[in-house]
Design a protein around this ligand. Structure first.
Ligand code: ADP
Ligand code: MG
Length: 341
């Protein structure tokens, strides 16, 4: 069975988002948490991009930074976020431009719907509000469209459920509602941050498929954030691997899967099941845990967990991302000779 999507071969090409050297930090009593430490990535129109790494490596903070939703004491201290020709970081978080971006252009789907759905508004109202505000629909049009949207994500008796509140839906159904809200205004880009992590495997797969077809329906791009490399394997065109606030490897899905070069990526791959390998392979977790991001040393943050680290890794600062081949495959490691074929 082939684990990779055929989409890997067909790259869309118009750039939609360019994040350049993004830096976000939290000043806390113990020091400065460099949660996002010079992250750069791009998303093309209609492309599916995976951002992958263990918990605590800065995935969510990087995405919240793009939306200017980082809360105190978090601050974006550097970088640029170009979306459709505008540097979003030039706008204030509460500016009309950012509100329009968040309302209609880029939407976010989170892991826990109860924290992002408003508990005191009906599901119908949560859908119609943005349809009226951003697409200029009348109340009647918006209500009809809201029912269509709920129906399209598989909510039975959609029309009558518009007047229900979030707590009247089951967990899986709430996640479906989140998808409906996420695509309601036909956004250019959807950021899904661990959208299915809390659910069982079958429901996860169903919901991911549903999300993809909903996003495809509105011709949007998808940034799929997850700690599970297995999840993105099936869907992403390109993958960015994050560790300790930085991108450590990036490339086409097939390069990350078949020619990984950073020891962290290699470790992640060994720890997840793959469809293209014999059954019964032992899954090996990476030893140790990701570092605390307060006052990290300048050397490679993966060093304490790395099996192939050499002298240079202990003495020199973490290297820059180095190109590996012409298709944008890059990694940040001194030991790539040891990890190549
Ligand atoms: N409000 C906060 N105050 C201090 N540190 C924070 C805050 N939010 C996130 N962080 C830190 O930022 C880092 C990255 O967090 P996050 O982006 O949520 O990780 P991920 O999504 O990859 O699991 C973590 O080390 C986390 O402790
Ligand atoms: Mg997160």
């Amino acid at each position: 069975m082939n684990a990779l999507p055929t989409a890997c071969e067909v790259r869309p090409a118009v750039e939609l988002l360019r994040v350049d050297n993004l830096q976000t930090e939290f000043r806390v009593e113990e020091g400065v948490v460099r949660a996002v430490n010079g992250v750069s990535y791009t998303v093309d129109e209609r492309e599916i991009v995976g951002i992958v790494g263990e918990s605590g490596c800065g995935k969510s903070v990087s995405q919240l930074s793009v939306m200017q939703l980082v809360r105190n004491p978090g601050r974006i201290v550097g970088g640029e976020v170009w979306f459709e020709g505008h540097n979003l970081l030039k706008y204030r978080a509460s500016s009309p431009q950012m509100r329009e971006i968040r309302g209609a252009k880029i939407s976010m789907i989170f892991q826990e719907p109860m924290t992002s759905l408003n508990p005191v508004l009906t599901i119908g109202r949560q859908l119609t509000e943005s349809l009226e505000l951003h697409l200029g629909m009348t109340k009647k049009e918006a209500r009809a469209r809201a029912a269509e949207l709920l129906d399209s994500v598989g909510i039975p008796s959609a029309q009558s459920r518009l007047d229900d509140y979030p707590h009247q839906f089951s967990g899986g159904m709430r996640q479906r509602v989140m998808i409906a809200i996420g695509v309601a205004c036909r956004p250019k880009m959807v950021i899904a941050d661990e959208p299915t992590t809390a659910l069982d495997c079958t429901t996860q797969a169903q919901l991911l498929e549903l999300m993809l077809s909903s996003i495809e329906g509105c011709q949007g791009a998808l940034v799929l954030v997850t700690h599970n490399l297995g999840v993105v394997a099936r869907y992403a065109h390109r993958i960015y691997i994050m560790y300790a606030g930085r991108i450590v490897e990036q490339g086409l899905c097939r390069d990350i899967f078949y020619r990984p070069r950073h020891p962290y990526t290699i470790g992640l791959l060994k720890s997840v099941p793959r469809l293209d390998e014999e059954r019964g392979r032992r899954l090996v977790p990476i030893d140790g845990t990701p570092p605390n991001l307060i006052d990290l040393p300048p050397t490679c943050a993966f060093l304490p967990r790395c099996a192939v680290a050499g002298e240079r890794c202990r003495l020199e600062p973490w290297p820059e991302l180095e190109p590996i081949d012409g298709e944008g495959h890059m990694a940040r490691c001194y030991m790539m000779e040891a990890t190549g074929e």
